[in-house]
Design a protein. Sequence first.
Length: 328
Amino acid sequence: MTNAVLDVIAPGLQTLVQDYPGRQGLQSKGFFPAGPMDHLSFRVANSLVGNDAGAAALEVPMGRLTLRVLAETWVAVTGAESSGLTLNDVPMPMWETVRVVPGDEIKCAIVKGPGFRLYLAVAGGIDVPLVLGSRATYTMGGIGGVEGRALAKGDVLHAFPARAPRQLRVPASLRPVLANDWEIEVMRGPHADPDFLTEQDWKDLLGREWKVDLNANRVGTRLQAHRFQWARASGGVAGGHPSNVLDGSYPVGGINTNGDVPVILGPDGPTAGGFTVIGTVVQAGLWKIGQLRPGRDTIRFREISMDEALSLVTHVCYTIDPQHYEEM
């Protein structure tokens, strides 16, 4: 039996119920996994309220969310800075466990950043139906979460039963470092030099500062256009432009190049297509994509080895482990 815990007074821009890691293993059937854009902040929020790190919680881009508490519970908010987060009009701390009672009101204004998305976890995890093994909202397919859509005014969120969690705070040294100018870790390919890009093209990818376009969302983070030289004159049977390839599957975090426009594929992106993927953001670096502010932030890519990519995963696992948090 679940409890009604939160009443949506103002839903924000596109507040979604997500879980982690979403719907894995369904890409051949046309489903990218969905799940949180910033999986690190998401999992930390769950750890703070005693949940499994992947339990269903809220993703709040840009803020403007107001929730009324319907039952005593514990919440935690992580992610972007300078959101004007309040509890009953008093500043509410982030990155720690907070007890709330019926009648309390949680609000956030427009996120000023650094960062772009907030994550709000509730003790027990949000109860929405499992769809293909996950509670995550997949915006491209309109499934999961609350009826496959963003929250709307009047929605009531239920949570699974939970015991009172330990009162914890994430030490400042463990909190993700947010920025306006980001360094993001990548590995080459699957369509890189020398067959698709020139050596100079790859150097350009790493050496340039890329501005995040206003048209960036959960499907893909669009970057400013850039004319690569390309190592071939055309895509051959796949098409006239050298960025064309015969249709193949896309990885989450792939830097998809449609002509001269690089797009970092997000968790709601297309599963396959006919354009090159010249590099791929490593799994442990994907959380940064979720905190990029469209139209403002910039990126520099840094190529890393498989060993370094694996070491970054170890660091993420350390960060989401509540035994490393401070007792309050």
